[in-house]
Each structure stands twice: as structure tokens, then as C-alpha cells.
Ligand binder design. Sequence first.
Ligand SMILES: Cc1ncc(COP(=O)(O)O)c(C=O)c1O
Length: 393
Amino acid sequence: MKNYFYTWTDQSKAKHFEFESAANHILSLKDNKKVYDLSSLSCQASFGHSCDEIIQSIQKQMVSFSMASPKADFSLKENVTNSLLKLLKLKGKIFYTVSGAESIENALKMARDIKQKKIIVARQKSYHGATLGALSVTGDWRNLSHETLDDWTLRIPEPKDDPDATQAISLMNKCGVQKIAAICLETVTGGNGVFLADQKWWDKISSYCNKKQIFLILDEVLCGFYRTGPPFGFQDYNLRPDFVTLSKSITGGYIPFGAVYTSLEVAKYYDDHVLSCGLTNYAHPLGLAALDAILKLTASKDFLENLIQRELEFESMLRAIEKLDSVKEVRYKGLLAAIDMHRPPSFDDFLNNGNYLMVGDKTIILAPALNYSAEDFKKALHFFKTTLENRNG
Ligand SMILES: Cc1ncc(COP(=O)(O)O)c(C=O)c1O
């Protein structure tokens, strides 16, 4: 047994492996074994492990200053915030954090504070982070062992079981809109299986929010930054969120970092009310430097052209494996996919056959890096497809 914990597992049954180094999209394990990462680690290593632009930007910033007071104004902070708001195509302000869970916590705190209401509406299937507030809106096994704010959460059914949101709306009416501060949703459910809601469902939910003056919090910690195609997942559904929570790909995993977009209405509220939110490493300059590099590199024609090609190749591989007997269902959008298997998939099987992947009980989550080269991507997908083809049932 090691002297450190593994996350989300019984320690004696933890899946782990000897890791030595990483380059581009390849992890080097013990005995010089190389595996292609098809999940961007936990969906954060979206620009691979050797992204010169990000590394150089962080290094340059370290030489200038590596830390800053939350009170400090500096051009990097202002310029990056402007560029992020531009990419979001929304007016408002950004609150910086150091993780996805903290982005959610701060959005929930602000929503409850402004509305002076406690209830947050959340989906049956969702993941929003490991802190108690974020876990209380999370809908999966991870909140079962903790006492979370269940009385403050209203669960609505999954969109596939309620395609025109009739049940969701009736549950909210029954609860009483005077008690509801916000609806908190992953725009595209990520780790829990890539479940997409139709435009009709989003239209109903967003117009209900508008009509009843309920905040819409969109969790884009996983699906933000081109993961599902557009810069942000909500841009495909014509939504105007009050909060958008971001992390993971915001720095490609190079620095722990996160952000919360807040609308003008939220921003204005705090012009003359105390914003009772903060953290020691607020707007960390190294996080901002990584984000700066990502905003610049994703704006390039080369990045976008390469991304579209990889999306097409990914889709064609998914279409092919859909036909295998071992595969039950495939769901995907952009470079994010869930593959439900008839039999539990094995993390070790994939690792032994050349791929690092996120593997659940019966579902594989794929989230390859957004800047894979054509050659490496072909190899990575080939190993994956071959492992699946060689499974029986
Ligand atoms: C949609 C979503 N929200 C929030 C989180 C929490 O992020 P973190 O682990 O950085 O706290 C995750 C992490 O997987 C996530 O997928």
C-alpha cells in the first residue's frame, strides 16, 4: 500500500499504474511502455503534455511574477478576462477559482445570496464536484456517503425521460418558485455518460428561468473550451446563462485553475453589495498565463481546421464500433463520447493494449486532446478499436 490516497475508491481495490513521463499525447509507463491518452487524463489535458505555447507562457510569467494578491490589477488579468468574455460572447464579469468544484461553489453562493432563496434545481444524472455544496447538486453515487444539502436540492428527471420538460416544470411549480434560486446543469453531461438534451428541452427550461426569475447556472467545467465543438457547449443551444462555470481545459491541466462567468445583472448587484467569496490563489498569474496561451492558440486557423478533421475521424471510428456486438450504445458530440458496453470494460485491458482511458462500470468515456496530430490520432484510435474488436460480448 502507498502512503497516499487514491481518489473515489476503496484503497485496497484502487486501479493504479506506474507513470514515468508524458509527451504530446503519449504517457510513458514502467518498462518503457507507451500508451495513447484518449481521455485527456480526466478531460483536462486537452492540449496534450508538450504544448509549447502553454509551457512558454507559464515560464515567461514565472520570470516576471508567479503570484499576485487578489487585490492586484495587472494587464494580463485584464486582457485575459476581456478575451475570455469575448469568446463566451456574453457581457458580464469573471470570478477566478482554482478548480471546477470551487467554480460551482461560488456560483451557488452568489445565486443564493442575490435571490435570498435556498433551493437549487439539478438533474438526476450529473457531476459538479467533490465539495459539499457541489456534491449536493451532483446526481451520482459520489454524493451517497456524504451528508449534503439535500433539502436545498430539487431533482428533475433526465431530459430523455422528460423531452419537453413538462415534469421538470411541474416539479418546480410544486416546490414553489419563490423558494428556487437557480437551476444548475451541465450543458452536456460529461463523466456520467454524455447525455444530450434537445433544443426543445433547453428552450422550455430557459424560458421558465426567464419567466420565473430563476438563475440558470451552466456547468461547463468539462464541456467548455471546444470539447463538444463550439468554444462553449451552450453556444449550440442559443442559451443566455447567468453563470457559466469553467475549469479543466481552461489551462489544459497545466495549472489548477477555474473561472465563473457572471451576467451583467449579477455583476451589477455586487457593485453595492459585499461579494462574500474569495480564495488565496484568486486569479493566479500562472493560471492566467496558461489561459492566455490557450485563448491565443485556439483562435488560430490551424487549430480549428485540425480540430474539425479530428472530429470527423472520431465520428467515423465511433460509427464503426457502434456495430460491434460488445457495444450497446454510443453517444457523442465533438470530441466527447460515451460508449456503453454489454460487459464491464477493463481499464487494464485498454492500458495493456495501448490506450489510457476513463472507464466506468459499463461505460467508457473518450475525450481525446483537441490538438492531436493526424498520425498520432490514427494510432490512438486504431489501438482502441482493435481492443474493442478483440473482446467477446
Ligand atoms: C462537469 C463537472 N463539473 C465540476 C467538476 C469538478 O471539477 P474539479 O474536479 O476540478 O473540482 C467536474 C470534474 O470532473 C466536472 O466534470
